[in-house]
Design a protein around this ligand. Structure first.
Ligand SMILES: [Zn+2]
Length: 186
């Protein structure tokens, strides 16, 4: 079926059965409505999702099948965002109990591709916590989880760094080297 679109006048497939507009114009109108008032647009789509769960499920599934790459990316992004939000909530809880400053927002947390300490590739959202999981370190522990005082490094690096100062880490490294040398001599 082809209609003459009421918005652009082109003869195209209608956005849906019985529509007088083509899908491109319908999407434009949607985007414009969203830009004009995002809150009411969000409310409207939330209501629609609530009232038509089966339709939404089918449509989402169809979209995922049509765009498998994007679907995978979106899932990964969702996992990362939620992981960050989730761990910030946990950290905030612990910080509050310890009377430690906290003012972090998810947007403050930028996860680098590799651990800045060891260079290993950080693995996000792929199951269990591991040495390569990203971890939020407090540069100066007593300053707490505040903007500017946190860095994302690997869980391994963070466990080793802990609250140690550079001098303490050097002493530990020197001691370990000495002891290993002694042990290997035997
Ligand atoms: Zn049109």
């Amino acid at each position: 079926m082809i209609v003459k679109c009421k918005s652009c006048g082109r003869r195209r497939k209608p956005a849906f059965f019985g529509s007088r507009h083509c899908s491109a114009c319908r999407n434009d109108a949607r985007r414009a409505a969203y830009a004009a008032s995002p809150d009411s647009a969000k409310k409207r789509s939330a209501l629609y999702r609530k009232q038509n769960p089966a339709k939404v499920r089918t449509a989402l599934k169809a979209w995922r099948e049509k765009h498998p790459e994007k679907a995978r990316e979106n899932l990964q992004r969702w996992r990362v965002r939620n992981r960050v939000r989730n761990s910030l909530a946990n950290i905030k809880h612990r910080a509050k109990r310890a009377g430690m400053p906290f003012d972090l927002k998810p947007s403050d947390i930028v996860i680098p591709e590799r651990c800045p300490v060891f260079g290993l590739k950080l693995r996000i959202g792929c199951g269990a916590r591991s040495d390569a999981s990203p971890s939020i370190d407090r540069l100066i522990p007593k300053r707490g989880y505040v903007r500017g005082n946190v860095r994302v490094i690997s869980d391994l690096a963070n466990r080793i760094k802990n609250t140690g100062t550079p001098r303490q880490h050097r002493l530990v490294a020197d001691w370990l080297e000495r002891e290993l040398r002694k042990a290997n001599r035997r």
